[in-house]
Design a protein around this ligand. Sequence first.
Ligand code: PMP
Length: 406
Amino acid sequence: PWGFDANIIKKDFPILNERVNGKPIIWLDNAATTQKPRQVIDRISYFYEHENSNIHRAAHTLAARATDAYEEARKKVQLFIGAGSPNEIIFVRGTTEAINLVAKSWGEQNLAAGDEIILTHLEHHANIVPWQQLAAKKGLKIRVVPVDDDGQVLLDEYAKLLNPKTKLVSFTQVSNALGTVTPVKQIIQMAKQAGAKVLLDGAQSVSHLRVNVRELDVDWFVFSGHKIFGPTGIGVVFGKEALLNETQPWQGGGNMIKDVTFERTQFQNAPYRFEAGTGNIADAVGLGAALDYVTHLGIDNIYRYEHYLLQYATQLMKQVPGLKLIGTAADKTSVLSFTLNGYTNDQVGQALNQEGIAVRTGHHCAQPILRRFGLENTVRPSLAFYNTCNDVDVMVATLKRLKGVK
Ligand code: PMP
C-alpha cells in the first residue's frame, strides 16, 4: 500500500547488514544521520573512478565531466525542493554552515542595533548560536516563540512578538528533538505581513515530507545531505535569486570572482559568489544520487509509510510502563523522544545497543527545548523509510524486558 516494501528497500543499504553484539543492526538514529544506499555509494565511487577533476577551470575532458556532474546535482536539488533556478542553490557543508552563511553575509550586511530576530523554542543549536553571535556583535534582540506542553509552537504568542523591528524569522520545519512539524505556512505568512525575511531550517523535514520553496515563499531554505541518505560534508542553501545577488559573499577566494586586481574584486552572481574555493564536488554528486533515490521511492509514499510507522510505534511505546513520550504534537514526523522511569537515558541506550538497536541519547543539540520539559536529555529513536514494524517490535520488547514486563 505504500508504493515500496521496507524489507526490500533495506537491501539497498549495505550497512544494514552489519551485526552489532551478534544481532542484526536496527538503525533508529535517523535524525542524527541516515544510512546510504548502494546507489549513492556507487555514484561517489564512479565519480572518483571516471570523472574526478576540479571544476569550472580547465578545458580538458575530466574537468567537463566533473563540472557536468556537479551542475547536474545542483539541478537535482533545485527540482527536489521546487526552486525556480539552479542559481538559487548553493552547496555548503551542511545546515550549520548554511545558517552561518546567511548570518554572516545577509545578517552582517542588513541588520543593525535594535533589530529583532524571532526564533522558536524548538530550534537546534545551529539555528540559535549564529544569531546569538550576530546579536552580540550588533546589538540585535532575539525573541523566542514559546511552545505548548505537546511541543507545538504557540501562534498567538508568535503574533505578539512580531513588530516593525522584526527583520528575520528563522525557524525549523521539524524539531529534531521532538519531531514536531511546525505550522510553516502560517508562520511564514505572518512573518511576511510584518515585513520580515524568513529562513526555514529543513534539516529534519526534507527527508520526510514534500517541500516546495516557491510555494512556501521562504527567503532561504537550508538542509544537510547526510540526513537525506546522501554523504556527510555536503548541504544546501536555497536563497531567492535576487536576494542572493544583492548579498555580498561571506568568504573570498577562487571560483567566486569575475575579476580580481590588487585594488578591487568583482564577484560572480549566485550561486558561485557563495562557493569560494574548491567545494565538495564528489559529495554534491552523491547528494544528487540520494535525491534520485528518494524521488524514485516517492516522497509522498515515504510520508505515508513513516506516518503509519510512527503511529504504530507510538501506540506500542505507550504500553511500556514508566515510559514518557516527550513531544506529543498532533503534527509530527518520525521522532520518538522519551524517558524511562527508573533508568538513566544512557542505561536505556546501552540496553538497546546490546540488542543491536542504535538510538541517540543526549540533548540532541537542542538544550532549550528539552529544558522546557524539565529535562537535560532523552532517548531518541527516529525512523526512516527502511525501518519496519519489526524494528519497532524489537525495541519495544527490549524496553519491556528492562521494566520486567512482557
Ligand atoms: N537543524 C536541525 C533541525 C538539525 O536536526 C540539525 C542536525 N541535527 C542541524 C540543524 C545541523 O545540521 P548539521 O549538523 O548537518 O550541520
